[in-house]
Design a protein around this ligand. Structure first.
Ligand code: NDP
Length: 287
C-alpha cells in the first residue's frame, strides 16, 4: 500500500510534484485556491477537496507548496493539524521556517521544511539531478522518505527547521555570483566580432574547472589557516585587479559587478593577509 498524500497548492511546482505521486500509485487528495487548476489532476485520478480543511483531514501526510509564507498562513488557518505530518515546500527564510515549525508544534503537528533545488521540468526526472533540502523533524523525514523521494531526490540537513532554507539560499546565492561573473564576461565581448556561442562553452569549462576551489575554502575555514596549500595568493591577485578594471574600461563595460569583490580583496590584503587565498573575504562579510 502506497502512503496517501494530501497536496495543498497546485501552481507550477505543486502540480509537477502531485503528478508524480499519482503516477507512482499514491492515493492523492489535492486542494488549490483556484479550483480550475485541479482539473487536470482530477482527470488523472486525484481526489479534489472542496476546502483546505477537508484536504488536511483526508490524510496524515500533508505537503504544502504555495507562493510564500503568508499564503501558507492563509491556507492552513482553520485546518486541524493535530497529529499531522506537515511538509512545507514553500520557499521561506530560515527564520520563517523556524517560526513555522514552532507554529506547527503548537498545533500538534510534526514539521519538516523543504527547499526545492529544482525547477518543475526536473520533477519526476531522476537523471535531471534535482533534489529537495529537508530539515526539521527527523522522525517525519524517516517515516516518509520513500514517499518524499518519488518526485525528486531528498537531502536531509538537520533538525533545525531553518537549515533547509539556509542551504537553499546559500546555493542560490553562489549561483547568482556565478551568473554575475558570466554577465560581465559576455559584456566584455559584446561589441566585438566574437560569437557569444563560442565564448559560452569556454566559460562553462573554466567555471567547472575552478569550482572545486571551494573545497580548499572549506578546509581553510575549518582549520583557521588560510595559507595552507595556496597557489594564487591574495597579494598576487590584488596586483592583477587593475588589469580587469582597465579591460572593462577599454571595452566600455561597467565594473559594478566586479568592484565590490575587488574592494573586499584589497581590504583583506591591507590587513596583512597577502599569503592567504581569498578565504579572508568571508571574514569581512560576516558581522
Ligand atoms: P505558482 O505561482 O505557480 O503557484 C503559486 C501557488 O500558490 C498557487 O497554487 C496559488 O494558488 C497559491 N497561492 C498564492 N497565494 C495564495 C493565497 N494567498 N492563498 C492560497 N493560495 C495561494 O508558484 P510555484 O508553484 O512555481 O511555486 C510554489 C513554491 O515553490 C514557491 O514557494 C516557489 O518559491 C517554490 N519553488 C518554485 C520553483 C519553480 O521553478 N517554479 C523552484 C523552486 C522552488 P492559485 O492557483 O489560486 O493562484
Amino acid at each position: 500500500e502506497k502512503t496517501p498524500v494530501t497536496m495543498l497548492g497546485l501552481g507550477a511546482m505543486g502540480t509537477a510534484l502531485a503528478r508524480t505521486w499519482l503516477a507512482a500509485g499514491h492515493p492523492l487528495t489535492v486542494w488549490n485556491r483556484t479550483p480550475a487548476r485541479a482539473a487536470a489532476l482530477a482527470a488523472e485520478g486525484a481526489r479534489v477537496a472542496d476546502t483546505a480543511a477537508e484536504a488536511v483531514a483526508a490524510n496524515t501526510l500533508i505537503v504544502v507548496c504555495l507562493l510564500d509564507d503568508t499564503s501558507v498562513d492563509e491556507v492552513l488557518a482553520g485546518t486541524d493539524l493535530a497529529d499531522r505530518d506537515l511538509v512545507n515546500l514553500t520557499t521561506s527564510t530560515p527564520a520563517q521556517a523556524r517560526a513555522r515549525a514552532e507554529w506547527a508544534r503548537e498545533r500538534g503537528a510534526h514539521y519538516l521544511d523543504g527547499g526545492i533545488m529544482a525547477v518543475p521540468p526536473m520533477i519526476g526526472v531522476p537523471e535531471a539531478g534535482g533534489y529537495v533540502f529537508y530539515s526539521g523533524s527527523r522522525g517525519l523525514f524517516e517515516r516518509h522518505q520513500e514517499t518524499l523521494a518519488v518526485p525528486v531526490g531528498t537531502t536531509y540537513v538537520g533538525e533545525d527547521a531553518g537549515f533547509a532554507a539556509l542551504h537553499d539560499v546559500a546555493l542560490l546565492s553562489a549561483m547568482y555570483g556565478m551568473f554575475a561573473g558570466a554577465a560581465h564576461a559576455f559584456a566584455l565581448i559584446r561589441k566585438e566580432d566574437i560569437d557569444p556561442a563560442s565564448l559560452a562553452p569556454l566559460l562553462v569549462d573554466w567555471l567547472v574547472a575552478m569550482a572545486p576551489a571551494v573545497h580548499q575554502t572549506a578546509d581553510h575555514l575549518r582549520s583557521g589557516d588560510y595559507t595552507n596549500g595556496v597557489v594564487s595568493n591574495l597579494a598576487m591577485q590584488v596586483a592583477g585587479t587593475p588589469t580587469f578594471l582597465s579591460t572593462a574600461e577599454e571595452q566600455g563595460v561597467s565594473p559594478q559587478l566586479l568592484s565590490p569583490y575587488f574592494e573586499l580583496m584589497r581590504r583583506r590584503l591591507a590587513e596583512g593577509s597577502g599569503e592567504e587565498d581569498l578565504t579572508g573575504v568571508i571574514d569581512l562579510l560576516v558581522h
